[in-house]
Design a protein. Structure first.
Length: 95
């Protein structure tokens, strides 16, 4: 059974990576964390080391505390997702 906190952290890292238009290979190059490790982290399958977390946050240009701010991020993500899904029929994206 996966730890929900690891799943949330992985989802947050994936979101930040995609928001910046980065592939896992791009993030590997910027952070020094292997693509395989990034993949495992994003799927919630790896207990992330502090050094990897620091390197990823640094590659994103953000403090570690922003990566660990799950609840506000999840609320924002699901709000944007809901509006995107519901505006699909009207050709208008509400944000």
């Amino acid at each position: 059974m996966k730890d929900d906190r690891l799943l949330q952290l992985g989802q947050k890292i994936r979101y930040e990576r995609l928001k910046r238009g980065l592939s896992q290979d791009d993030l590997e190059e910027k952070s020094g964390v292997s693509r395989r490790t990034i993949s495992e982290i994003e799927r919630g399958n790896a207990d992330i080391r502090y050094t990897n977390l620091y390197q990823i946050a640094e590659a994103f240009g953000m403090p570690i505390s922003d990566l660990l701010a799950f609840k506000l991020w999840l609320l924002t993500f699901f709000t944007i997702f809901w509006f995107a899904e519901n505006s699909r029929n009207s050709n208008t994206l509400y944000i």
